[in-house]
Design a protein. Structure first.
Length: 87
């Protein structure tokens, strides 16, 4: 069943302390080729019928993201795309 995915990220000009903490820890794991890390959220929405991107954008704008400090994208993910995801 297709899902609508909302990816929420802090706006580029907003400091990301979680991302910075991860970036600072990477050298201790032997990773030295990462310039920066940003951490966000992924929300999956399943509608009872066909995926409704307009409704998902409205949900994201009013409930899932803080538009003052966060940006979001909305897209449909099919079962094929879900199968290729890494956990």
């Amino acid at each position: 069943m297709p899902r609508v995915v909302v990816d929420v990220m802090l706006k580029p000009e907003i400091l990301d302390p979680q991302g910075q903490a991860v970036a600072n820890a990477l050298p201790r794991l032997g990773v030295s080729d990462v310039a920066s890390v940003r951490i966000g959220r992924r929300i999956e929405i399943e509608f009872t019928g066909e995926p409704d991107l307009d409704r998902a954008r409205e949900i994201a704008d009013k409930l899932l993201a803080n538009p003052v400090i966060e940006d979001f994208t909305v897209h449909v993910v099919t079962a094929d795309e879900n199968a290729g995801a890494h956990s």
